[in-house]
Design a protein around this ligand. Sequence first.
Ligand code: NG6
Ligand code: CA
Length: 554
Amino acid sequence: MSRMGLYVQSLVWSDSLLFESSTQLLCGGLSEGCIVLRSLYLVMKRYILYIFLLVFISCQNESQQTAQEASKPNVIIIYADDLGYGDMGAYGGELATPHMDFLAENGVRFTQGYASSATCTPSRYALLTGTYPWRNKNAKILPGTAPLLIQTTQLTIPKVFAAEGYQTAIVGKWHLGLGTGQVDWNKRISPGPNEVGFQYAYIMAATQDRVPTVYIEDGHVENLDPSDPIEINYRENFEGQPTGKDNPEMLKMRWHHGHNSSIVNGIPRIGYMKGGETARWVDEDMADTFLVKAQEYIRSHKEDPFFLYYALQQPHVPRTPHPRFVGATGTGPRGDVIAEADWCIGELISTLREEGLLENTLIVFSSDNGPVLNDGYYDDAVEKLGTHEPSGGLRGGKYSLFEAGTRVPFMVYWKDHIQPKVSDAMVCQMDLLSSLASLIGSKQSSTDSENLLETFLGTSDKGRDQLVIEATSRTAYREGDWAMIPPFEGPAKNKNVNIELANLSDYGLYDLSSDRSQQNNLAKDNPEKLLAMIAAFEEIRGKDYGKIEQLELK
Ligand code: NG6
Ligand code: CA
């Protein structure tokens, strides 16, 4: 019997002995009152025993539960879309982001946290599979009609969790392809997130600026009217359907480059869509829609451990804050949707707190790639920026091999389990697969994903030694304080988005410890270091990194 059990037993015994002797003493003989008192005592004795037993069992359950909670905490990955290194207050940004900052200031905040890539699809692929995206030639920005990029046999984070008895869910942006080629949006769409480990999925297929502009729940388009079927085409328009290009009078947001195909909700998109009127989303409600789904999931799955991938759509274009947030920051829609995303995070944290789950939930927050201002719409992102610096002083931005492309906000929060700290360890989102596996007692891992659990929990300062980063199929190398960028053809700057891409005519070598904004190319001054970096890079990447298809941002 456990120590607790013995204690309870002895309490029962000592209590009843005391009661017995005191009643005898008081009554002295067998008076009637005494018989009543004695039978009352016998009944009570039994109840007291039951109560103690119940208390004992519930204590035992509670301690078992606490032990289980510590080894099987809930895990939530909150993943922003295009949030830059400098976009949060905690990273020096001028925008107020109190809830993101709460996670950063009470958790481990990484100063060298990386997405694998400077665009969305490859970063999400690396995050979920723990595999470098350049190992999969299709891991590029995908159209809304692309087939599923992850093999259904491939290891993924949700599969790791599911194998350990977790419930798993994604709410938000997917952008990893759906189906096997020709998707019929009017039937169950498969394979998709449900087939790669997510037991529940409430997603948008690709991006907010791409068709189909509908929510998909476990493979079914939500609110679809079968008499108005959805058709999607990325090459040509459907007869008689208005476009951003031909019908500017129908637009509430003007396109700057690309984004001039089908019009949905007054916003011109990438790709053509017909039908599905009742199923089309209202962009301004998207943040609330995803938030409510995430909250509902948490509330209805709180009894057993869960893994939730909450993939926010902000601040990717089109930036459509709910009217509650319009004008909230004075920096135009980009700032306003960051404020909106921040509020969503606050609401999610409140839900966890209300449900008593905050101490038992590890939260990771990061972004899929660096910042961009004008990404194809006239939305005042440039004009109203003021002195806020989305890249936090790093060079480049989204699409770039310079640091701002892949170095992003990255923090891990776990109430009462993680001591607040700032960590300079180099970590990549790709490392979450092996690290989170280790957290929940799984031995699963992948070749490219390092188990950095202690670093993520803040008990170690050791990060990865090296990392290959990727931007629109081009790859570069980070090791220690150094960044090496091979030469690539193409424009130095993407003029539409006004971002330096890091297409250098010769090798670039930067010492980030003294030159974090990559202004001094040391390749010529330090040829030995350059050669060592190239050799180490080629060891991982192979030698064919120069052969790339140019990405065209129309
Ligand atoms: C580009 C889009 C850009 C954005 C990006 C994907 C044009 C001109 N530009 O092709 O607006 O949608 O793809 O962004 O179409 S990501 O964050 O999902 O990678
Ligand atoms: Ca993105």
